[in-house]
Write a protein that binds this ligand. Structure first.
Ligand code: KIV
Ligand code: ZN
Length: 512
């Protein structure tokens, strides 16, 4: 029987640390449900001690998810670890993941601690965590750039204290596949009790090698857990991408000889959900989940695929969730059909009133757009979650006028704490005028650092999905809005970003 490879998803923790990718509790819960459907083994739901918002998100996920182990990150101190344990109380299966930096550079410059102090703190942290839960992961942060002798000393001790998983992060994405694989192999060979823990890889993508490094850690180093994120979301150039490592291990089982729990046909749905929730678009040529990943444009390729699929296809598009871009629902579809489609897409709503709200929005959309695709439904529910009743600003209506040779004008009605207000402005274009109309009332002073429009289902009849990234006082947030009218989509995205800016939660950064 083949060995099992554990898939540890950290989209909701390391992925979320990417500037602008922060998610609220409901968004995280929805993604966690989709990760459970994907049959991810471990979901790192957040960093409970970093903020009250993250604590609540970890707690909500721990209470709701039954089939995956739920993990919280925690610095190596009793206070953080207790907070993680508290948030994880409701989980069927829980893990505490504690970490401390071990490279000379991080210990001296960041922690200002001696190696002996770091050693002692790691030992006590794992001991403390093991008294609270039976599943404890330890990470030596910047592990790949750490002195192997020191790592052997510290890792042997934390395994002795009861760490059940040892994760070796390439925190800054510096590794090369063969070297990283051998680094882990060497540690496992030198540490006498290394067989008492499962070894794990955690690679960042700064040199574009996170997936290759992770796979080398498995093949050469003997690791049996990969830490990864959906769409490779993560700080800087991101983390190892879940869809890529999973499909590599599955497609090349002849080489890796490993079993996975993952139900790959849910990959595309969760990829889209993460992209639509965070506003981080997936590049068209991205492996597995990019729009072109299975498109054969050249005549020779098309001819070959028609004669025999495997001439140019090494994976089946259906196996990762691609279906023909079919019309799923329309104006005449009823509430039950809508509810069923939500379930098939892996979207679970908390209550009947939430389903009713989404169904009303669906009907409004179906009145304006004859063909409703899966992408439209996902966008609709993603945007549903960012337009919560308790948010400060809410879109109501917009009118704008633009004519060749004249300066465009926009007038927008929106709510501020439930009360309707109206802003008007001109601008370089109708979108610019609409944003300025909102700012004429809100006066946030935020700087727009990104504006992008994407046609959700490809044609001019599709909904436009707009991402707006705002920066204010060092905080960066993304807002996403979708509508068949891209000026309205832009206004919704701007309002969603303002709500996120308003909803301040001071977080402690994991690498801080
Ligand atoms: O990249 C890293 O080192 C991390 C740790 C906190 C595990 O994300
Ligand atoms: Zn990381």
């Amino acid at each position: 029987m083949a060995d099992k490879l554990i898939i540890f998803d950290t989209t909701l923790r390391d992925g979320e640390q990417s500037p602008g990718a922060s998610m609220n509790k409901d968004e995280k819960l929805r993604i966690a449900r989709q990760l459970e459907r994907l049959r991810v083994d471990v979901i790192e739901a957040g960093f409970a001690a970093s903020s009250n918002g993250d604590f609540e998100a970890v707690q909500a996920i721990a209470n709701a998810i039954k089939d995956s182990t739920i993990c919280s990150l925690s610095r190596a101190n009793d206070k953080d670890i207790s907070r993680a344990a508290e948030a994880l109380k409701g989980a069927n299966s829980s893990r505490i993941h504690t970490f401390i930096a071990t490279s000379a550079l991080h210990m001296e410059k960041k922690l200002r601690m001696t190696p002996d102090e770091v050693f002692e703190q790691a030992k006590l942290a794992v001991r403390f965590a093991r008294n609270l839960v039976s599943d404890v992961e330890f990470s030596p942060e910047d592990g790949y750039r750490s002195d192997p002798d020191f790592l052997c000393r510290i890792l042997e001790t934390v395994i002795h204290e009861g760490a059940t998983t040892i994760n070796v992060p390439d925190t800054v994405g510096y590794a090369i596949p063969e070297l990283y694989g051998n680094f882990i192999k060497n540690l496992r060979e030198r540490i006498p009790n290394s067989d008492k823990a499962i070894w794990s890889v955690h690679c960042h993508n700064d040199l574009g090698m996170a997936v290759a490094n992770s796979l080398a850690g498995v093949k050469i180093g003997g690791a049996r857990q990969i830490e990864c994120t959906i769409n490779g979301l993560g700080e800087r150039a991101g983390n190892c991408s879940l869809e890529e490592v999973v499909m590599a291990v599955k497609t090349r089982k002849d080489y890796f000889g490993l079993d996975l729990n993952i139900d790959t046909k849910h990959i595309l749905a969760v990829s889209r959900m993460v992209s639509q929730t965070t506003g981080f678009l997936v590049q068209p040529n991205k492996a597995v989940v990019g729009a072109n990943a299975f498109a054969h444009a050249s005549g020779i390729h098309q001819d070959g695929v028609l004669k025999a699929r495997d001439t140019y296809e090494i994976m089946r598009a259906e196996d990762v969730g691609w279906t023909a871009n079919k019309i799923v629902l329309g104006k005449l579809s009823g509430r039950n059909a809508f509810k069923q489609r939500l379930l098939e897409l892996g979207v679970q709503m908390e209550s009947e009133s939430e389903i009713n709200g989404a169904f009303t929005k669906f009907k409004e959309l179906a009145d304006r757009k004859s063909e409703i695709f899966d992408e439209d439904i996902l966008a609709l529910v993603s945007n549903e979650s960012v337009s919560q009743e308790n948010e400060q600003y809410g879109f109501v209506s917009l009118s704008q006028h633009s004519e060749t040779g004249e300066r465009p004008q926009a007038s927008i009605v929106f709510t501020v704490d439930g009360k309707e207000v109206k802003g008007t402005s001109d601008g370089n274009g109708p979108v610019d005028a609409s944003m300025k109309a909102i700012e004429s009332i809100v006066k946030s002073g935020a700087e727009m650092v990104l504006y992008s429009v994407n046609a959700i289902s490809g044609s001019t009849e599709s909904q436009g999905e707009v991402t707006v990234r705002l920066q204010n006082s060092g905080r960066v947030v993304n807002g996403v809005g979708a509508d068949p009218d891209i000026v309205v989509a832009s206004a919704k995205a701007y309002i969603s970003a303002l709500n996120k800016l308003h909803n301040k939660s001071d977080r402690v950064a994991a690498q801080g």
